[in-house]
Design a protein around this ligand. Structure first.
Ligand SMILES: Cc1ncc(COP(=O)(O)O)c(C=O)c1O
Length: 566
């Protein structure tokens, strides 16, 4: 492709992207594709072409085979997971970055290095972060990583290195890493487990309190004590602001105080919720931030930057670099040129994480922050929060539903009153209908339905439609189960919690056979759960699946009735 061809195709591609995104706004596609696993190999050649093909043929395959298998995150009916940071401004920044090569040392790409460091300082200011997280502090600082999972891993590697270094000299033998223990709440993201596996350390997931769903610091303290008595070495805690399941927040003051007292590295994973901190009203969540060693959040979730862009700030850059520096510590002096800004040390971003080379990711941050301004980003966050509030209040007007957790940020977690089985059936039916796309989760061992505001241009009409869809499917279930939801709603929550999972063999109810000892299988996952819609099921298999789920509901209902009768 030469420059002339690039100009021609590039202009077409920009039009294609705009048409695609606008077609989603116009609701002319379904949010989720109707393809089965392995669909693409049946459609595309299994061997690469020997001869060049035309741009037109490539784009026609994009339209026909790629778009038809793509989940459309910007679709108004896509309400799963968390917000997606796709904005036109960031797509353009990303496009530009792919033409500027990479960087690793300052010398290899001064603009890449310096813009990234400046953007992280801009963000620190926009979010009310303490001065020591800024690059111009010369103490701590920040760098971009690919994902929140990378940030958690990088922080854990730094904490591990720090603890092992502290212990050298105390023991004659080097400490086996397997004696190190990390901690987090049961609601922390599975990326913490992954980081622990990679680091070769143990991870203890601890309980959370019933009211705020925040990590219980009394359990943290006793776990640390217990582990020390066993000869283990506690070293790291991952607190979460905005858990994946329900957006609950750990208390940084409390967690930080334990970490400070016990000399544990305190990391905060705010992958989703961090973006909200551009609005001062969310900053009370930062109480205790001065006790935190590192903090990550994803502008690629809620700050309108396309994936990938995850910020990692550390309180001490030397502790971070200790884990990653190989070879000479600083850049080779740049032709003895004086450093123009004495606060800006020569920085080699290769020392701030695992890869050597990095993309020019900060360009998209720069584009977004400049083209929206801080106030534009604040408006975006507040709009999403307002829409979540509107969804909550409309939904709760229908007495069959209850909140499964307090609505935080732009996520509403709800369920059919005290029925896991019915809630599960509802999600399965809605997702199968493709009227909406929802992703459930589990909190306190209960099944919860998550409704997330995902796309930049979400509007009140999306919320109204979602409510109509949910109520329509709820009515259908209600009809089928003779007002079953209202029977369940008569049961106080505590009773229902106590009974969930206990199957009862009730032979009086001839409607459904009941397997002894079976239970409503709420899996204790710290993150999303499967929506039970196994793609590729035939219509008969699907119907059988719904029948199975109905049986679960009947078991649950019998069990609840029994409790009520007692
Ligand atoms: C709290 C939290 N941490 C970590 C992650 C993982 O994010 P990433 O895909 O950037 O690794 C998620 C994903 O949703 C999350 O919600």
């Amino acid at each position: 492709m030469d420059a002339a061809e690039f100009r021609r195709c590039g202009k077409q591609l920009i039009d294609f992207i705009a048409d695609y995104i606008e077609s989603l706004n116009g609701n002319r596609r379904e949010a989720m594709p109707r393809v089965l696993p392995g669909y693409l190999r049946q459609r595309l050649p299994l061997r690469p072409p020997d001869q060049p093909e035309t741009w037109e043929r490539v784009m026609s395959d994009v339209e026909e085979h790629i778009l038809s298998g793509t989940a459309h995150w910007l679709h108004p009916d896509f309400n799963a997971y968390f917000p997606i940071g796709i904005s036109y401004a960031s797509v353009l920044g990303d496009l530009l970055s792919s033409s500027f090569g990479v960087g690793f040392t300052w010398r290899s790409n001064p603009a890449l290095t310096e813009l990234e460091r400046l953007m992280l300082d801009w963000l620190a200011e926009m979010m009310g972060m303490p001065a020591h997280f800024r690059n111009d502090s010369g103490i701590g600082g920040g760098a971009l990583q690919g994902s929140a999972s990378d940030c958690v891993l990088v922080s854990m590697l730094a904490a591990r290195k720090e603890k092992l270094t502290q212990l050298i000299g105390k023991d004659a033998e080097p400490l086996p890493v397997s004696r190190l223990v990390a901690y987090c709440s049961q609601l922390a993201h599975p990326c913490v487990d992954k980081a622990a596996v990679i680091c070769g350390v143990r991870l203890r997931r601890l309980g959370y309190d019933d009211e705020n769903l925040a990590l219980r610091c009394d359990l943290l303290e006793s776990a640390v004590l217990e582990d020390r008595q066993l000869g283990l070495v506690p070293f790291y805690v991952c607190a979460v602001l905005g858990t994946t399941a329900c957006a609950s927040c750990d208390n940084l003051s409390d967690v930080g105080a334990v970490c400070h007292r016990e000399q544990l590295w305190c990391h905060v994973d705010a992958a989703y919720s961090g973006g909200a901190l551009v609005c001062p009203e969310f900053r009370p969540l930062l109480q205790g931030i001065e006790l935190v060693d590192s903090f990550n959040f994803n502008p690629s979730k809620w700050l309108l930057c396309t994936f990938d862009a995850s910020v990692l700030w550390v309180k001490s850059q030397s502790k971070l670099k200790d884990a990653f520096v190989s070879g000479p510590r600083a850049s080779i002096p740049v032709d003895d040129a004086p450093i123009s800004n004495p606060l800006e040390q020569i920085c080699d971003l290769k020392d701030w994480g695992i890869p050597l080379s990095r993309r020019f990711r900060s360009l998209k941050l720069w584009f977004v922050i400049r083209l929206y301004g801080v106030e534009g980003l604040q408006r975006h966050i507040r709009l999403h929060c307002r829409l979540a509030q509107s969804f909550e209040s409309q939904l709760l007007k229908d007495g069959r539903f209850q909140l499964a957790a307090k609505t935080r940020f732009s996520l509403v977690c709800f369920r059919f009153r005290d029925s896991d089985a019915l809630s599960r059936l509802l999600v399965c039916r809605i997702n199968q209908s493709r009227d909406l796309h929802l992703m459930p989760a589990s909190v306190r061992d209960r099944y919860i339905i998550r409704y997330a505001i995902v796309r930049e241009r979400a509007v009140e009409a999306d919320v109204n439609r979602a409510i109509r869809v949910i109520l329509k499917h709820a009515d259908q279930l209600d009809g089928k189960f003779s007002n079953a939801a209202s029977i369940a709603s008569a049961i106080p929550i505590a009773t229902a919690v106590a009974t969930s999972g206990n199957a009862v063999n009730d032979s009086e109810d001839a409607e459904e056979p009941v397997e002894l000892n079976s239970s409503v299988p709420i899996r204790k996952e710290p993150s999303y759960m499967s929506d039970d819609l196994i793609v590729g099921l035939s219509e008969d298999q699907l119907q059988e699946k719904f029948r199975q789920m109905s049986r679960e509901f009947h078991r649950e209902r019998r069990s609840l009735r029994r409790r009520l009768d007692k």
